[in-house]
Write a protein that binds this ligand. Sequence first.
Ligand SMILES: *Cc1c(COP(=O)(O)O)cnc(C)c1O
Length: 462
Amino acid sequence: MSIADKSPVDEALRSLPSVDRLLSDDRIRRLEAESSRAAVVELVRAELAESRAAVRDGARPPALAELVTAIQERAGSEWRASPSAVINATGVILHTNLGRAPLSVEATLAVRRAAQGYSDLELDLETGKRGSRHSHVSRLIQRVTNAEAGIAVNNNASAVMLGLAAIAAGRQVIVSRGEAVEIGGGFRIPDVLRQSGAELVEVGATNRTYARDYEAAINDATGAILVVHASNFKVSGFTHSPALTELVEVGRRSGVPVLHDLGSGCLLDTTRHGLAHEPMPQESIAAGVSLAFVSGDKLLGGPQAGIIAGTAEMVERVSGHPLARAVRIDKLSMAALSATLLHYVRGEAELKIPIWRMVSAEPDEVKTRARALAEALGGETRPGRSAIGGGSLPGETLPTTLVSMSCEAHGGAEDLAARLRRGRPPVIGRIEGRAVLLDLRAVLPEQDDELVRAAVGAMAAG
Ligand SMILES: *Cc1c(COP(=O)(O)O)cnc(C)c1O
């Protein structure tokens, strides 16, 4: 025996089970049913390599049972399809971190249909000739916005970028100083303009801009007037911005198109639900803008997408631009968008589109569900407010009933919230003071039973 062989570390390393020993364990062998033998061997090797490294650093060698559990957990995390479904009990309807708008049943089925088989994505079934990908939503966009033409692209950020590149590259674009801002993570109007090859000309003051400010800035190099909706912040008090119709009139006098980035893509009147008015693309089109840009997964309630609606001439310039190919929408989003827009055409948006079901849920209905949840969890109810979120209607809230979970017996609010988050399915609530609060507004009634089970499980785990 050499001296090295006698070291405690070597002894500890030798005490670790072999790959074969682990592979012959019933619990590990059962993992093969979930994937393949090769994948299991890889997991076992990775876990053993980690244990060996830890032992060399002085850790105690894990027992067989500990290794088996660690390998099972490794399988659970490495083989889990991601992103995982979670229950949104935050009370924020359009939660960017939770994937913005959930799709309707019909939109989900449309995605599945488009995903599982072939489709007439770019084939005209009548003529047998090549068709346009845009044909699936163009007519629907025209219907819901009353625009002459429309197309869909990857998201609204790319829609705005594409629109500016196609209409105003190499020219000046006039923007109100109060609108040359950052709209959500990394979408800064000055940067977008630069990237699209246009030159930003800011006019007015941060709080007040008049039609005459735009008019004074127009010259031979002007390519467009861009209006950006302040969708995630509010300027209040001594403010002024001109009506769209005034700007369209200013533009018309000089032959300058007005482009409108609305953001949220709200096609229904939010004031009917006690909320502030959110600008609607059909209003922009009626006011005479040349192009309106909206998002697919905010208040439209569909998939990630960007919609460009406007005059036939302008939309044709946009769809013919080389960037259009770079930001094109994929077939799954196209299918979901088409199914979502159909809900509006059929007049059933508030019945079928999840986020509109949530916005339009009656406070009494939420209260009844909250009471049942509180009873199941041994919690209490209290009145509160839900938010729209997702860069729409900043500061606007809807009345709701919150379920306050008692945390004392569960290691405090942070602990209970963490256990809810790690549950199956994960439940995301909010912490306020010493309580974990669950808001049912962004939970669909068909998810209530699942929420009870997950929350009861999280409480029992503590
Ligand atoms: C959200 C938003 C965007 C970006 O839209 P995405 O679909 O997220 O790319 C652009 N402009 C405005 C005004 C917005 O509110």
